[in-house]
Design a protein around this ligand. Structure first.
Ligand code: PRE
Length: 388
């Protein structure tokens, strides 16, 4: 077949595609209207335990972004795909279809740890696409505060890295935001996202030997420390608020470099001096997508909560955790952070299988209250962790 014939075939298919896309968009608009009309039949999973406030507040506000539903849509369309399009291509196309769909239902703003080019920005884009509005904020607490004050609809923050562990600023800010809920603000985890992290050394210089100082986020400095020892030993390293903030600085200072993602190279007109400089090749960062309430159970959920116990009471922590065992709930992660009040008092962060609206989890949480001075659920959300 010759080119004009093939192109007219493409034109005919495009006509059908545009009609179908608009038909789908109209259904999405109707879903948006239905979400507003239904006073949270599906979302009404409030669980308020008085003082200990295990709540999912604002149950009457509709949520246009539905992570669990999106997972199902992606799974389904990839199952339907028999090529020649790759699954990744189908996923990218559907990301934009659903992004446009979200923006037809409601204009939303997604805040992320900026500036542009950060790994957090990458996750925001992967989860929300090109049709929504973004707000890049300088620090993690700013993102959490913006969600809490409803200045933005959703927020994206890093929570932990497979090489360097927790991002303490996120844990501490989540506590602060949820302890302040009496002021009306709310923050809940709605989804998680795992992003493989491959760092680059970027600079206006073209040679490693010309570099006099290196900017990066403390986490990325830790993730590349062995490489640094071998390649830039003795060169000053300066920790800044994000990798992309490092790229901005490197773009303005002669002899400066940044450890950040390759996406910053074009954005800030920097040379890629070296790629894949992370010490562990499976280096991965986990992010939270935050909003003002959780999603209903998806059938494959995880819950994140924090609590504190009477530190003077022998066995108090064991007693609290034993409740999870009794209810056959698998504890998958545990951390502690200073409570910020009495010295040497800690908040214990736990993650376990199940949704707080599941019967066994909801019973366990109520029973844990007997052993805890306070307990707060930060969120229940679809488990998207790598399967072991
Ligand atoms: O199913 C919904 O709740 C929708 O709003 C529709 C839709 C879609 O376009 O498929 C759009 C946004 C959501 O994040 C998930 C799915």
């Amino acid at each position: 077949m010759d080119l004009p014939v093939l192109r007219s075939r493409i034109d005919a298919l495009d006509s059908q595609l545009v009609d179908l896309l608009n038909e789908r968009a109209q259904v999405s608009i109707n879903i948006g209207l239905a979400k507003r009309k239904t006073p949270d039949a599906e979302n009404n999973n409030e669980l308020n335990n008085g003082n200990n406030a295990i709540t999912n507040s604002n149950t009457n506000s509709e949520h246009v972004h539905q992570p669990a539903r999106e997972i199902k849509v992606y799974e389904r369309v990839k199952r339907l795909n028999h090529g020649p399009l790759a699954d990744g291509a189908i996923e990218a196309i559907y990301r934009e279809i659903m992004s446009a769909s979200i923006s037809l239902q409601r204009q939303i703003t997604v805040a992320f740890l900026g500036p542009r080019g950060s790994y957090t920005a990458q996750v925001a884009q992967l989860r929300f696409g090109d049709s929504v509005a973004y707000s890049d904020l300088p620090q993690i607490p700013d993102v959490i505060q913006a969600v809490s004050s409803k200045t933005v609809t959703y927020g994206v923050v890093p929570i932990e890295n497979s090489t360097m562990g927790n991002v303490d600023a996120t844990l501490d800010s989540l506590v602060k935001a949820t302890r302040n809920e009496t002021n009306g603000g709310t923050v809940r985890i709605r989804a998680e996202h795992y992003l493989p992290i491959h760092h680059c050394l970027l600079s206006k210089c073209s040679e490693k030997s010309q570099i006099k100082k290196v900017y990066s986020h403390a986490q990325s400095i830790g993730q590349t420390s062995q490489w640094y020892e071998t390649n830039l030993k003795g060169i000053e390293r300066i920790a800044v608020s994000s990798n992309s903030a490092a790229a901005v600085l490197a773009s303005k200072e002669v002899g400066a470099a940044a450890i950040c993602g390759e996406q910053c190279a074009e954005m800030y007109e920097l040379h890629v001096i070296e790629r894949n400089i992370e010490d562990k090749k499976n280096n991965t960062t986990r992010f939270f997508i935050l909003g003002d309430k959780c999603e209903p159970p998806s059938g494959n959920d995880k819950t994140t909560a924090y609590f504190t116990v009477d530190h003077r009471k022998p066995g108090a922590l064991v007693d609290a955790l034993n409740v999870l065992k009794i209810h056959q709930i698998n504890l998958t992660k545990m951390d502690s952070r200073p409570s910020g009040g009495v010295a040497w008092n800690y908040f214990f962060f736990v993650e376990f299988t199940g949704h707080y609206a599941d019967e066994n989890v909801s019973n366990a949480l109520k029973e844990m209250e007997a052993y805890c001075l306070l307990i707060t659920v930060l969120g229940s959300y679809p488990d998207q962790g790598p399967k072991q």
